[in-house]
Design a protein around this ligand. Structure first.
Ligand code: UDX
Length: 432
């Protein structure tokens, strides 16, 4: 099928490349000329394992191409995926200006029946709004469909190719059948529902996963008081099939481009519908508090933060990505520099991004050991596998007393670290 994907962010680029990989003719469109020029030369703007290979292969096979003009490529498309950003506004609601602009452009240029697919995460009711915008300019027949993405950064290609489920929210049988044809090569569970239900599935799924994380973080905080180990508790809980082991990793809270934004947006959707979603409010509150725990612990163990040399390992919001959006690590560094700490930091992929947004008080290193040198405290803020494998004996010898090690992701063995001379503090690993 001939498919146009608007927006070459994580979602759009992965979707476009993977749609080509499963045999479609895909064109990715973005108004950013520099980005499209680079993509045409095979330069991928983001760090995403496997994506570059797929893009190169599909460009070579001529199934994947790029354009800066939606107008130029719209005619050829049977299906148009809209995958532009829906950032969080100050009030917590999703900012729909980019989605609306694309809908307008489609309305002004569409000449025959097409299925317009909302891939961006949008509030319930946006499918109807997009339909209205297009209908304002175009009187012919078309359908708007909601097809939420569930891609995790770091494994986005695999998540697209081997999804747990494909959710299709369609208002007509015709549109539903077109979407089933798009995804026909992927032999995974497909569920067809109304547009509104599909939009809600996305929010509810992310909000539930965020709830799991905040829940285990609360359990972790109690574990610290009653001297239990949350890692063992999570393992014991996760073996119950009804609970499952995933998203029970305690730490410094969730970040990234999706969870904080979507949980806030669902809270807003509830609010504007006149519903008080109490649980969700607590999930958000716990997540904010969880980041501050690191600061509290440092204050307690260092007496004061001002002028103290502290190393933070990790800047990305999670491992295997260079994304620092809503990163707990970045938040912690900002708070610490605000309190006058001297921060040294290292991240295998995200340093360049972080340099752009940090203002003073932070030294960036290309080597993790260099970053830990002379630090009195070390915070492991991102769960990069590399941080698990560091030579901590060497780290201990490089650091200054009292050698505090705050393992914000519980990736290290407490006893082992204590034997090496660290004052080890995990999240929910028992009394100090
Ligand atoms: C998420 C969803 O998983 C995906 O389905 C959705 O479409 C987009 O949002 P992503 O943001 O890439 O994907 O990250 P994810 O792997 O889900 O992790 C989100 C955050 O939660 C990270 O900061 C991670 O460190 C944290 N996390 C995750 C925990 O603290 N504990 C866990 O057990 C799992």
């Amino acid at each position: 099928m001939n498919i146009v994907v608007v927006g070459t962010g994580y979602v759009g680029l992965v979707a476009g490349a993977c749609l080509a990989k499963i045999g479609h003719q895909a064109t990715c469109v973005d108004i950013d000329e520099e980005k499209i020029k680079n993509l045409k030369e095979g330069k991928i703007p983001i760090y995403e394992p496997g994506l570059s290979e797929v893009v190169k292969k599909e460009v070579a096979s001529k199934r994947l191409s790029f354009s800066t003009s939606l107008k130029d490529v719209l005619d050829q498309a049977e299906v148009v995926f809209v995958a532009v950003g829906t950032p969080m506004r100050r009030d917590g609601k999703a900012d729909l200006q980019y989605v609306e602009a694309v809908a307008k452009e489609i309305g002004q240029n569409i000449k025959d029946y097409k299925v317009i697919v909302n891939k961006s995460t949008v509030p319930v009711g946006t499918g109807k709004e997009v339909t209205d915008i297009i209908a304002k300019y175009y009187k012919g027949s078309f359908d708007v469909v909601s097809n939420p993405e569930f891609l995790r950064e770091g494994s986005a290609v695999e998540d697209f190719m081997k999804p747990d489920r494909i959710v299709i929210g369609a208002g007509s049988n015709k549109a539903r059948d077109v979407m089933l044809e798009v995804y026909e090569p992927l032999d995974y569970k497909k569920i067809t529902v109304s547009i509104e239900s599909a939009e809600m599935i996305k929010y509810a799924s992310n909000a539930f996963l965020a709830t799991k994380i905040s829940f285990i973080n609360e359990v972790a905080n109690i574990c610290d008081i009653v001297d239990a180990d949350v890692e063992d508790v999570a393992r014991g809980m996760g073996l119950d099939n009804r609970i499952g082991p995933k998203f029970l990793k305690a730490g410094i809270g969730y970040g990234g481009s999706c969870f904080p934004k979507d949980v806030n947006a669902l809270n807003q959707i509830a609010g504007t519908s006149g519903y008080d979603f109490k649980l969700l409010k607590a999930v958000i509150e716990v997540n904010i508090k969880q980041r501050l725990l690191v600061i509290d612990k440092l204050e307690e163990l260092l007496d004061q933060i001002k002028d103290q040399p502290i190393c933070v390992l990790g800047l990305a919001f999670k491992a295997n990505t260079d994304d620092i959006r809503e990163s707990a690590a970045v938040d912690i560094i900002r708070t610490l520099t605000g309190l006058g700490a001297n921060i040294s930091t290292y991240d295998p992929e995200a340093a360049e991004q972080a340099k752009e947004i940090m203002n003073g008080g932070v030294k960036f290193f290309d080597d993790p050991y260099e970053a830990t040198k002379d630090a009195k405290a070390l915070v492991v803020a991102t769960e990069w596998p590399e941080f698990k494998k560091l030579d901590y004996k060497k780290v201990a010898s490089l650091m200054a007393n009292p050698k505090i090690l705050i393992d914000g992701r519980n990736i290290l063995e407490p006893e082992e670290m204590r034997k090496l001379g660290f004052k080890y503090v995990g999240v929910g690993r028992g009394k100090l």
